[in-house]
Design a protein around this ligand. Structure first.
Ligand SMILES: Nc1ncnc2c1ncn2[C@@H]1O[C@H](COP(=O)(O)OP(=O)(O)OP(=O)(O)O)[C@@H](O)[C@H]1O
Ligand SMILES: [Mg+2]
Length: 256
């Protein structure tokens, strides 16, 4: 079998006495859309934080294309081609939407410091190109009209779209989306589903997505992994997960 793009082996993360992520192993294959489901507090965001280097692992191993990256700082992980959005949005609220996306592009473009300092002609040409790219990303997400407005003037749904545009500006190979449809109405959720498919094809992305809206996940994902109390309780194609007794128990157990 081919080496997965990303592999997590026996990951653990403890917060005091709490095992937020408990012996989780995961393989993400190139080109797939893998969904991460689980009740509140199951450890989904913590798993994203471990993968993206935001939170150090307690024990376990993470590999990118078979190479160990455990313990790597978040900016270095981003440099590998792993981008993410945050459940609690992390935009620059008073910067324009365009500038929020340009921040991501700059990181990718790695402009030479001296060129930037002296504002040379190549620097200006590069700036113009980045500007165009950022606008194209905003257009893709349907928020180009707001390009020059501050991020905090957008609706909640549009802010989520802006976060995705910014994540894409890093030109990632693997995109981690933490509840991108939160706060969207059913029509917007459908549109988002379509958009994720579109960007996946257009940018040849691999996607790891956390989302509570089960119908969206069933429709969108090639495979689902379900966490509960930090542990993996099920893994497989959506139709198999939908009838998995452990999953049904995890979601309905407390309600009956
Ligand atoms: N920095 C932290 N310090 C202490 N406890 C934490 C920290 N981050 C997460 N936790 C705890 O770890 C557990 C898993 O949290 P996590 O945010 O990963 O869950 P989640 O599956 O993303 O939930 P939700 O669906 O509500 O977003 C929770 O009990 C949470 O309170
Ligand atoms: Mg979460």
């Amino acid at each position: 079998m081919s080496t997965p793009l990303l592999a997590a082996h026996n990951l653990n993360r403890q917060f005091g006495g709490l095992m937020a992520v408990n012996d989780v192993s995961l393989r993400v294959h190139q080109g797939e859309i893998l969904g991460l489901l689980g009740p509140n507090g199951a450890g989904k965001t913590t798993l994203f934080n471990l993968i993206s280097g935001v939170t150090p692992v307690s024990t376990g191993r993470i590999e990118w294309r078979g190479v160990p990256i455990t313990g790597m700082a978040s900016h270095a992980v981003a440099g590998l081609g792993i981008a993410r959005t945050f459940q609690n949005l992390r935009l620059f609220p008073t910067l324009s939407c365009l500038d929020n996306v340009m921040v991501g592009l700059h990181r990718h473009a790695r402009q030479k410091r001296l060129a930037a300092l002296f504002q040379t002609r190549p620097f200006h040409q590069k700036q113009a190109k980045l500007h165009q790219e950022a606008l194209a990303l905003l257009e893709l997400f349907g928020i180009a009209d707001a390009a020059h407005r501050p991020a905090n003037s957008l609706s909640y749904g549009d802010r989520r779209r802006l976060e995705m545009a910014r994540a894409l500006a890093n030109r990632p190979e693997l995109l981690l989306l933490d509840e991108p449809a939160a706060g969207m109405n059913p029509h917007e959720k459908d549109q988002l589903c379509e958009l994720i498919r579109q960007i996946q094809a257009q940018f040849q992305l691999t996607v790891l997505i956390i989302e509570h809206h089960v119908p969206l996940m069933m429709q969108l994902c090639d495979r689902l992994v379900v966490l509960n109390f930090g542990k993996t309780i099920a893994e497989g194609p959506p139709e198999q997960i939908a009838k998995d007794p452990a999953v049904i128990e995890a979601y309905l157990g407390g309600a009956g």
